[in-house]
Design a binder for this molecule. Structure first.
Ligand code: DAO
Ligand code: DAO
Length: 282
């Protein structure tokens, strides 16, 4: 049997608010969630005290697609359901900017070596048509097993002019723009150096100067980092565009944080590999 590595409950109905749900449907939701737990699907969710259990039950109950895309070892056959990042409960729609969700994960940061904070949950998306068009010829005929962990494939995904989006949902409620800037200088700065442009400092500066001190990014804020056609990095915060920068190396450096050699969340990268490979199975 194919294993379901993700303990996900699928789909965010958007309009199912707890307040307009009768106690009867509430208990139905518990029943469904309990049944899911019995099947192993919600086990992690239930163990995590921070997890909004009822919300997940609701998400599950009202999912337009409870049969759900299966992740990890199976292909994304059907895409109407969103995916919940299991440690934070944040939900990611299956499509953003016409791109498909390939994996979700968590960015943590250790503070003074003392504790780890969950900074944001993220989802990685790619334009399926672009993947087929630009990488199909080279990879279409390889078995999925050879695509998984295939460095050339992931490198090509990061290098090619394929539209991709990384969506961040802020978990840590006390992020200041200053700490975002300095974290960014460290993580992206490292990559820029590694991929070696001569204008790294200037690039970094151009990117971080998009973020004005007065911006607020409270918990739940949604930041999209999108590589658009022609290697334009477009940033939006809660749907509002804050800037565009044309730079192949900057796009590459951002993607490298999530699916490069030393990614923030290894499991997320693996899922991206498997699900990106499944885009060839049409
Ligand atoms: O406030 O002391 C603190 C810890 C702040 C950690 C900041 C990590 C920032 C990571 C980048 C977030 C990008 C949206
Ligand atoms: O996690 O280290 C990291 C870097 C992530 C890139 C974050 C860039 C988003 C910046 C948004 C600023 C909002 C004012």
């Amino acid at each position: 049997m194919a294993s379901l590595r993700f303990p996900f409950l699928f789909s965010q109905p958007g309009n199912a608010k707890l307040s307009n749900i009768s106690s009867r449907s509430l208990s139905a939701a518990f029943t469904v969630a309990a049944a899911a737990a019995a099947g192993g699907a919600a086990a992690l969710v239930l163990q995590n005290p921070k997890q909004p259990f009822i919300k997940n039950a609701m998400d599950f109950l009202f999912s337009p697609n409870r049969s759900s895309p299966l992740w990890g070892s199976l292909s994304l056959a059907d895409n109407s359901g969103a995916v919940v990042e299991s440690k934070t409960g944040f939900s990611f729609p299956s499509i953003v900017n016409d791109s498909r969700l390939l994996g979700v994960g968590l960015r943590k940061k250790s503070v003074l070596g003392l504790k780890n904070i969950n900074v944001y949950a993220f989802g990685v998306y790619a334009d399926g048509d672009g993947v087929q068009k630009l990488l199909g010829e080279k990879y279409r005929n390889l078995p999925a097993s050879e695509l998984k962990g295939n460095k050339a494939f992931i490198d090509d995904l990061m290098e090619a002019d394929i539209r991709m989006t990384v969506r961040l949902q802020i978990v840590y409620g006390k992020l200041s723009i200053r700490s975002v800037r300095s974290a960014f200088e460290e993580s992206v700065g490292n990559r820029l150096q590694k991929f070696g442009g001569s204008d790294n400092k200037e690039l970094l500066q151009r990117f971080t100067s998009q973020f004005k001190d007065e911006y607020k990014i409270p918990r739940g804020s949604v930041i999209d980092l999108s590589r658009e056609q022609g290697y334009v990095l477009r940033t939006t915060i809660d749907g509002k565009e804050v800037g565009r920068i044309q730079s192949k190396i900057l796009c590459r450096s951002i993607l490298d944080l999530y699916i490069g050699e030393d990614p923030f969340d290894r499991q997320a990268k693996e899922d991206v590999e498997v699900n990106a490979a499944s885009l060839f199975q049409k």
